[in-house]
Design a protein around this ligand. Structure first.
Ligand SMILES: [Zn+2]
Length: 240
């Protein structure tokens, strides 16, 4: 089939527009991967910080020379502020996983906002960052939640590959699953208080590096969402 030059131009234009990131107010969806054309992968950890296991995890990441991203629970940050500061000091992205770790879709708008805001405050009280990413506990959210998160100046970030490390899966199976499923732009979901995750990391990192992947933080992978768009309202600013 031959395409007329006018039709070809329209197609190219449509392709170009579809690759432009949304601007504030255009109605956003949650992010579950980075650029599929770039061989980068973001390792993310939910929950915590936990005494002991999160520090072990940080030491493992250092030994592998990997920077990752941590979605922290606000009330755990308050219990373990020194580990929160350590996560940041070692170069990882620190993000919001709610204050109480309740189901976001079951809360009223005000309850959700109070909780979101409280988590940002607990993090920003300890480290000099503006929190920019939110992951709803259990991955449960509604359209309303997405909109409230955006108004708070945050971006909802999910994942495309779930390690299922919370199911008691063996270290070997965990590693195999991640290595076989990872793709350019993947965002991997792990949890920060799981021993098998820490044990599987060297195998996963080594195998994926051999496949030409580079590990990046969410700040690096999703920089287009943060660099040019200062939020109109900051999550931790009491302005909600
Ligand atoms: Zn969680």
């Amino acid at each position: 089939m031959r395409l007329s030059s006018q039709r070809l131009t329209m197609l190219l234009l449509a392709l170009l527009l579809s690759s432009v990131p949304c601007r504030a107010g255009e109605g956003r969806s949650a992010v579950s991967s980075g650029d599929r054309l770039v061989r980068t992968i973001a390792i993310t950890f939910d929950d915590g910080p936990h005494q002991g296991l999160t520090t072990e995890l940080l030491d493992m990441l250092d030994s592998l020379d990997v920077r990752a991203s941590f979605f922290l629970v606000g009330k755990m940050v308050e219990r373990n502020p020194e580990i929160t500061r350590e996560i940041y000091a070692r170069g990882h992205t620190v993000a919001n996983h709610s204050y109480e770790h309740r189901n976001s879709s079951a809360l009223s708008q005000q309850e959700f906002l109070d909780d979101l805001h409280r988590c940002c405050e607990s993090i920003e009280r300890n480290i000099p960052v503006r929190v920019r990413f939110f992951r709803p506990p259990g991955g449960n959210f509604t359209k309303e939640v997405l909109s409230l998160v955006e108004k708070a100046g945050l971006r909802t970030v999910l994942w495309d590959i779930n390690s299922r490390d919370y199911t008691g899966v063996s270290t070997k199976k965990l590693a195999e699953r991640i290595i076989s499923k990872s793709a350019p732009g993947s965002i991997l979901l792990f949890h920060s208080g799981v021993t098998s995750t820490i044990e599987a990391l060297p195998v996963i990192v080594d195998a994926l590096r051999k496949k030409g992947f580079e590990f990046v933080t969410l700040d690096e992978m999703l920089s287009e969402y943060t660099a040019n768009e200062p939020p109109s309202v900051e999550c931790g600013s009491h302005a909600l």
